[in-house]
Design a protein. Structure first.
Length: 400
């Protein structure tokens, strides 16, 4: 125990206020246990968690095991941030099934089953409607009040301010709930035009649906890029995990992110003093000085649109071929205003009346953008936004 205490103390010392440190899930647990023993406050633990970058996935089971060390809402908020930001990582090796890697024949069998499932079942899903509740976490912006104009076609679930003061760390912003339609397993964007002033309100909106399982699987398989990685437990079941990569010339992953500024300036502004006023044409007869002329600045907001290459992972039930999870990570040039869009979609059983289907039940989206776009305004910086969504109350489109 003494050795564990010393290690935890060293971990705490390794978390200065000016920089983040990478920890495993086990080290995170040791840090939290040590802070609880030292009776650290909710704010102190939250501050330490803000500086943590995990090298492994913080699964929901592991997170639930750490909740008892969290004394309040600020630290609880940050543990949810860590769960979302680590959603596309591999879990600790100790959490993986003790099973030999699948050989080439078994891998082929699993992928053949997955192909049959995607084409024969998932792509043939009926039109479905679900209630999608999304939490937004973001850095470098104030928490958003219910009067911010974020409602639009969605309903603001959480009113008032978020848990934390605005700062550079990622924190909770708001929660919205809306009805979403999917056809043949592909989520559709609302037909009604979004009237929220994205960009101007220091937010982004993703104006393309999450990647479609059918098209991603077919592109990955057509490119012969699917490779075995490992076995992993998903909802207690042993699942086969494969990686894939789709180059730009074969990719149809459309990205549409709103909005980025473009600043237009026109006219001339001339500064004058009392001595130069007559020469420069100041007609006001003013004293000390000022500015004359007509100089105007106008900001236009535009979307980032492109079809980008991507890579990711696919999680398949080896017995049935059912896809349990999909991870898709877009690949962007460093010069683009969008630096990262990583998506994880979890699938599960949903009921629509007497019928049962496999459909999205949860998603995580981790983004990083340059909020000032290519305008050159202010200083160069990036902004991280996390979206975690749950899909519930499925029903057949057009039904009751």
């Amino acid at each position: 125990m003494r050795r564990l205490g010393r290690l935890s103390a060293l971990l705490l010392l390794a978390l200065p206020a000016w920089g983040a440190r990478t920890l495993t899930v086990q080290q995170l647990g040791e840090m939290l246990r040590s802070m609880q023993q030292e009776k650290k406050s909710d704010e102190e633990i939250a501050t330490a968690l803000k500086q943590v970058i995990l090298s492994q996935e913080l699964t929901r089971g592991s997170m639930n095991g750490l909740v008892s060390y969290l004394p309040g809402p600020m630290s609880t908020e940050q543990i949810y941030v860590l769960e979302a930001r680590s959603a596309d990582l591999a879990p600790p090796e100790s959490d993986l099934p003790a099973r030999a890697a699948a050989d080439a024949e078994e891998q082929k069998s699993i992928l053949d089953k997955a192909a049959a499932y995607v084409a024969g079942t998932y792509d043939r899903l009926p039109g479905l409607v679900a209630t999608k509740t999304t939490l937004r976490f973001q850095d470098n912006v104030e928490a958003v009040a219910s009067s911010s104009g974020l409602q639009s076609s969605a309903t603001d679930v959480v009113v008032g301010q978020g848990f934390s003061n605005p700062a550079t760390f990622v924190h909770y912003i708001n929660s919205t709930s809306s009805e979403v339609l999917s056809e043949h397993g592909v989520e559709k964007m609302p037909a009604e035009k979004d009237k929220i002033p994205w960009g101007a309100n220091k937010m982004i909106a993703l104006e393309e649906p999450d990647p479609a399982l059918g098209s991603v699987f077919r592109e990955a398989r057509a490119g012969e890029s699917i490779r075995w990685i490992r076995w992993e437990l998903v909802n207690g079941k042993t699942t086969a995990v494969f990686s894939f990569a789709v180059p730009k010339k074969k990719a149809h992953l459309d990205v549409n992110v709103c909005c980025f500024p473009k600043i237009n300036q026109a006219g001339i502004a001339t500064f004058y003093t009392a001595t130069t006023a007559a020469t420069l044409g100041d007609g006001g007869g003013g004293g000390g000085g000022g500015v004359t002329g007509n100089f105007q600045t106008n900001t236009e907001w535009h979307n980032y649109k492109d079809a980008v290459p991507y890579h990711g992972e696919i999680f398949v039930d080896p017995e049935t071929g059912i896809v349990e999870r999909l991870i898709v990570q877009g690949e962007f040039k460093p010069s683009e205003v969008v630096h990262r869009i990583d998506v994880r979609i979890d699938y599960g059983q949903v009921k629509t009346g007497a019928e049962t289907h496999i459909a999205p039940v949860k998603s995580y989206v981790d983004t990083e953008v340059v909020p000032n776009g290519d305008s050159g305004a202010a200083s160069y910086r990036t902004r991280c936004t996390l979206f975690t969504s749950e899909y519930k109350d499925y029903r057949t489109a057009g039904g009751n």
